[in-house]
Design a protein. Structure first.
Length: 151
């Protein structure tokens, strides 16, 4: 019984150690994955931003729920930027993602950090605090788009 458990544990550890690029059968799958994650993240962030900008009635619980979802999703798209995903009919990714990957990684980490701060701000229920956090988070998103996304 112990040996079966050891084998299962070893197999699980090996599966986790596989590079992210192995998660996708084709580069197109990785592109769709990252685009989907970014779209859903943007939708949930947009709901909080809409409240901060007065376009949507403010509801502290809804803001906190959407910020939490956006923060969770902010961790997902990066596995979809693997080798071979720089080309494709549907991608707007600039070559700089791969030629200046350190800067891209820094930008993605900054955005993720701002998402964490946004979640904390929404937990206060204070609209002014949320507005500040939305501005910083939106700025981090925009900076990445400006440098790494084709329009």
């Amino acid at each position: 019984m112990k040996s079966i458990a050891s084998i299962i544990l070893a197999a699980a550890a090996a599966a986790v150690a596989v590079p992210a690029s192995a998660q996708f059968a084709k580069p197109e799958d990785a592109i769709k994955y990252r685009q989907s994650a970014l779209t859903v993240m943007g939708t949930h962030f947009g709901r909080v931003a809409g409240m901060a900008n007065g376009r949507i009635p403010f509801d502290a619980k809804v803001a906190a729920d959407n910020a939490a979802i956006a923060e969770t999703l902010s961790k997902l798209p990066w596995a979809g930027f693997g080798e071979g995903t720089d080309k494709g009919a549907t991608t707007r990714a600039k070559p700089e993602i791969w030629t200046d990957n350190a800067k891209f990684k820094e930008a993605s980490e900054k955005m993720q950090g701002e998402m964490v701060k946004l979640v904390a701000a929404t937990k206060t229920g204070n609209l002014d605090t949320i507005k500040t956090a939305v501005g910083a988070t939106g700025g981090a998103c925009k900076a990445c788009h400006d440098n790494f996304r084709k329009e």
